[in-house]
Design a binder for this molecule. Structure first.
Ligand code: ATP
Length: 238
């Protein structure tokens, strides 16, 4: 079966010095893939290359059979790729409700937009109680839920997530990752999840990919990665 997302021998970096070296992976539709590796391994760079923010020196990103090489960041998102960057960017001056509407504005008419916003509140209960709060009043967990809600409201096919658990309490991490799992189960959303929190990520992932110094050193089912003590110790720090 053709994978939804295919990364083919991507070499990419900044200012002529490569960070990623011939990275290749294939993600089937409906899979949750954890992208693991130490600080500086190249996880963020890979996500940014997929979304088009970093132009690769060589290699291809293919979404559903379509080569994205000459496709702009905006058109990639119109084709169903959504990215939640590290840092939970939300519009601080706007309310939760306004932030969510902004995420779906290009996709829906007024009536559809209200229904789509309500669906996000169903997924993230705590956000529904904070509809009128502005972005800067939110806790870290609420901000992450809002950043995620804003990315999924337009119903992307493929979600790229960078370190959603960073600095959050375990209970909130479990809640956020649980929503990803539910979305995948219910809607077939495909997820590439960069995480330092290896155990939490592998708990919801089907598959794990380990990057080290910009190269893929493992690409295996999540359960296998968790049970391989030598690999965990060498690359994942536990
Ligand atoms: P982290 O968990 O720290 O975000 P990461 O695995 O996501 O790590 P990257 O952020 O992709 O790794 O960084 C990989 C390498 O690229 C690092 O050596 C980093 O210093 C370098 N790098 C990242 N962003 C830039 C940039 N904008 N300009 C130059 N070098 C960069």
């Amino acid at each position: 079966m053709t994978p939804l997302l295919e990364i083919d021998a991507i070499t990419a970096g900044y200012g002529g010095s490569p960070v990623l070296h011939e990275v290749g992976l294939a993600i089937p539709q409906g899979a949750i893939v954890a992208l693991l590796g130490a600080n500086g391994a190249g996880k963020t760079t890979l996500l940014r290359t997929i979304s088009g923010l970093v132009a690769p020196a060589s290699g291809r990103v293919v979404l559903d059979g379509r080569d994205l090489s000459s496709v702009s960041v905006e058109d990639r998102s119109r084709s169903g790729l959504a990215q939640v960057p590290e840092g939970r960017s939300v519009v601080a001056e706007l309310t939760v409700d306004e932030n969510l509407r902004l995420g779906g504005l290009w996709r829906f008419d007024r009536r559809q937009l209200t229904a789509a916003v309500d669906e996000i509140y169903d997924l993230f209960e705590p956000l529904s109680r904070r509809r009128a709060a502005s972005g800067h009043q939110l806790s870290g967990g609420e901000r992450q839920m809002l950043a995620l809600g804003r990315a999924i409201i337009a119903r992307p096919r493929m979600l790229l997530l960078d370190e959603p658990s960073l600095g959050l309490a375990p209970r909130v991490v479990a809640q956020i990752l649980g929503v990803l799992r539910r979305l995948r189960d219910d809607t077939g959303l495909t997820v590439l999840l960069a995480e330092q929190n290896v155990t939490s990520a592998l708990a919801i992932a089907d598959h794990g990919v380990v990057l080290s110094l910009g190269s893929v050193v493992a690409d295996r089912p999540a359960a296998e990665l968790l049970s391989d003590g030598a690999l965990r110790h060498a690359y994942l720090g536990f």
